[in-house]
Design a protein around this ligand. Structure first.
Ligand SMILES: Nc1ncnc2c1ncn2[C@@H]1O[C@H](COP(=O)(O)OP(=O)(O)OP(=O)(O)O)[C@@H](O)[C@H]1O
Ligand SMILES: [Mg+2]
Length: 257
């Protein structure tokens, strides 16, 4: 489904590569969790897959199509098939819940429709259906700014689902939430992706979460993949390799949560 070959990215003015010669194949329907200390390259990897940044070198294939060296039309199409979920939700706070979810349908609008912001009845029906899927059917007219963090992240999930995505990339989707909501949101996200056969790539800090929600885990350290395996294969030594004996090891690895 996704094949990454020799992916390297160095930010301008930086000495070290943020991701360094990453090779990775991700199967359809997999729930891949990326773990690693702050600065290890998790977000950079996800952003390269979504083309939010252009890597310095390497190739990324999605369903056998190279995504980095393609024309703008194809690039737009690929980006449209990838749903993104961010730690800080990235919603339009002053707009209604429904309007935000409809933004996931933008790629399906014609140019004329885009100019006038006109969504079809079908788009609206899809958005409403996805709001029901995330349990917010009653909230469609509510302003996003009036919602709790957990509700906001559910709106972001509904928006991503409305793109009818093949892949969802979730960069620390629960890091702004309290532990109970973290679990609720991750349960929802992984269950929906499993049901719909959506490939899910999530970066997470807490190891217990990674093991619980990943069908596969990769551990990153200083831009490299230092672990790639099943959750049950992750040993105490791997955890030390990934985090080093830093405060993050104590916080996320050793004590779990
Ligand atoms: N816009 C940027 N400009 C320059 N350097 C950057 C930029 N974004 C990230 N970096 C650097 O690239 C490296 C990898 O950062 P990245 O954000 O991918 O890490 P991360 O694993 O997502 O960390 P965190 O857990 O804190 O989100 C770090 O050394 C970071 O300082
Ligand atoms: Mg990050």
């Amino acid at each position: 489904m996704i094949r990454i070959e020799g992916l390297t990215h160095k930010y301008e003015g930086r000495e070290e590569e943020a991701v360094n010669n990453i090779n990775l194949q991700i199967k359809k329907g997999e729930s891949l969790v990326v773990i690693g200390s702050s600065g290890s390259g998790k977000s950079t990897l996800l952003k390269c897959i979504n083309r939010l940044i252009d890597p310095t070198s390497g190739k990324i294939y999605i369903e056998e199509k190279e995504i980095l060296n393609c024309d703008i039309h194809h690039a737009t199409k690929i980006r449209g098939s990838i749903g993104m979920i961010f730690q800080e939700y990235n919603l339009v706070e002053s707009e209604s819940v429904l309007k935000n979810v409809l933004n996931g349908r933008l790629k399906y609008l014609s140019t004329v429709q885009t100019l006038f912001g006109k969504f079809s009845k079908e788009d609206i029906a899809i958005a409403k259906e996805n709001l029901k899927v995330v349990g917010l059917g009653e909230y469609e007219n509510e302003r996003v700014s009036n919602l709790s963090g957990g509700q906001k992240q559910r709106v972001a999930i509904a928006r991503a689902l409305s793109q009818n995505p093949a892949v969802i990339l979730a960069d620390e989707p629960v890091s702004s939430l309290d532990p109970k909501l973290m679990k609720e949101v991750m349960d929802l996200l992984t269950t929906i992706c499993k049901e719909k056969g959506i490939t899910l790539i999530t970066s997470l800090h807490f190891l217990e979460f990674a093991k619980r929600y990943g069908t596969r885990i990769i551990g990153m350290k200083e831009g490299n993949i230092v672990f790639d395996g099943l959750p049950e294969e992750l040993t105490e030594k791997d955890i030390v390799d990934i985090y080093g004996k830093t405060k993050e090891w104590f916080l996320y690895g050793k004590t779990g949560f």
